[in-house]
Design a protein around this ligand. Structure first.
Ligand SMILES: NC(=O)c1ccc[n+]([C@@H]2O[C@H](COP(=O)([O-])OP(=O)(O)OC[C@H]3O[C@@H](n4cnc5c(N)ncnc54)[C@H](O)[C@@H]3O)[C@@H](O)[C@H]2O)c1
Length: 340
């Protein structure tokens, strides 16, 4: 029987990059489950173009247990699940918190039930640095006590982590939650990248959409923070580096190298970059003068957050390959490809 990995949310930004990595770097067969709520099945053609491999997507809402069970029943050779599927917009979760609890937790609950019922022993869960809340110690490591979540999205990730931890304690399942910092960039081919359906709020698409004239300007929210140039510091990490970490994490579990049934690891570059530095990096690699202005501080923003990534480096042997200029250049190439 083939060794198959189920990638949920595989038509989305990080999931699609991870599928590409799995198809190019391993012999695993990949099956995708994505209801296309925030993506399109055109991504499957992009994946095929890059990897010359065709994959099947089940366009199923994972909150539907019967349909989710059917995916597992049709694929008795799943050896692992990488669970990306979730809603991820902070402002949307502020406006409609229950939508976030329902979608993100019901789908996770169903995945956990199916893993146990169909004897799938390995799970990687997409978590987020937002679980740390308003941190008071930098860099953030996994020992930091989680503060109150700032929104329902972040809380759905805190609860999701705890659901997994309690569940695996009495199950066959082993799991790792990867806490991503700020995923940025696009595939090196320029063929795959983030394509937000709504007006973007993340820095990289705001920069590139402004540079092509789709958005009026980039607003830097505050330059009076206690940082080296006054703007906020974030930990940007290339999406292909994130994808690679998933491959290492699922292999680590499949090969039985884990000593605990459940673990959490930060996935960040380990370096803080200010918003103004990110803009400068973009201008340097693109040769485009960006239309940006300094605005007021934005509610809810912390001055600085960046990761201590020594745990993931030591445990999985992961090191980020790409820096901020690579992230900006690949995002720019992707934006230009979208304009064609
Ligand atoms: N991108 C980020 O900045 C970031 C940061 C930290 C954590 N994460 C987490 O990483 C994961 C992937 O994020 P992304 O940026 O690729 O998002 P994305 O929106 O591009 O991809 C998520 C995919 O999941 C699908 N999906 C959502 N709910 C579903 C459901 N109930 N059933 C089936 N499919 C469903 C969507 O259609 C989408 O294609 C998410 O769990 C997100 O919370 C993302």
């Amino acid at each position: 029987m083939a060794n198959k990995i189920l990638v949920t949310g595989g038509c989305g930004y990080i999931g699609s990059h991870t599928i590409i990595e799995l198809l190019q770097q391993t012999d695993y067969q990949v099956v995708c489950a994505d209801n296309l709520h925030n993506s399109s099945d055109h991504v499957l053609e992009i994946i095929e173009k890059i990897t010359s491999k065709k994959i099947k997507n089940y366009a199923v809402n994972l909150c539907d247990l019967a349909k989710t069970e059917q995916i597992f029943a049709e694929n008795p050779d799943f050896i692992g699940v990488i669970h990306f599927a979730a809603l991820k917009s902070v402002p949307e979760s502020v406006a409609d918190p229950l939508l976030y609890y329902k979608n993100n937790l019901e789908s996770l609950s169903n995945i956990l039930k199916c893993c146990e019922k169909f004897k799938v022993k390995n799970l990687i869960f997409s978590s987020s640095c937002s679980v740390y809340g308003n941190v008071n110690k930098l860099p953030v490591n996994e020992e930091n006590i989680l503060q109150k979540a700032e929104c329902a999205y972040a809380h759905s990730k805190q609860v999701g982590e705890q659901m997994i931890e309690f569940f695996v304690a009495n199950a066959h399942l082993n799991a790792i939650a990867l806490r991503y910092f700020n995923p940025v960039g696009a595939h090196i081919s320029g063929l795959n990248g983030e394509n937000p359906r709504n007006k973007p709020t993340n820095l990289a698409p705001v920069i590139t959409q402004t540079a092509v004239g789709k958005m009026k300007e980039v607003v830097v929210f505050g330059t009076d923070y206690d940082t080296r140039d006054g703007s906020c510091i974030r930990d940007y990490v290339h999406v292909s580096d994130i994808a690679n970490a998933h491959l290492l994490a699922i292999n680590y579990l499949i090969q039985g190298k884990n000593t605990v049934k459940y673990d959490v690891m930060n996935l960040g570059s380990g370096e803080g970059v200010t918003v103004l530095e990110a803009i400068q990096a973009f201008e340097k690699v693109s040769g485009v003068k960006l239309n940006y202005r300094i605005g007021e501080r934005r509610a809810g923003d912390v001055a600085a957050i960046y990761s201590d990534n020594s745990k993931v480096q030591k445990t999985l042997g992961w090191t980020p390959k790409f820096g901020i200029e690579d992230m900006m250049l690949s995002s720019w190439k992707w934006q230009l490809a979208l304009e064609k």
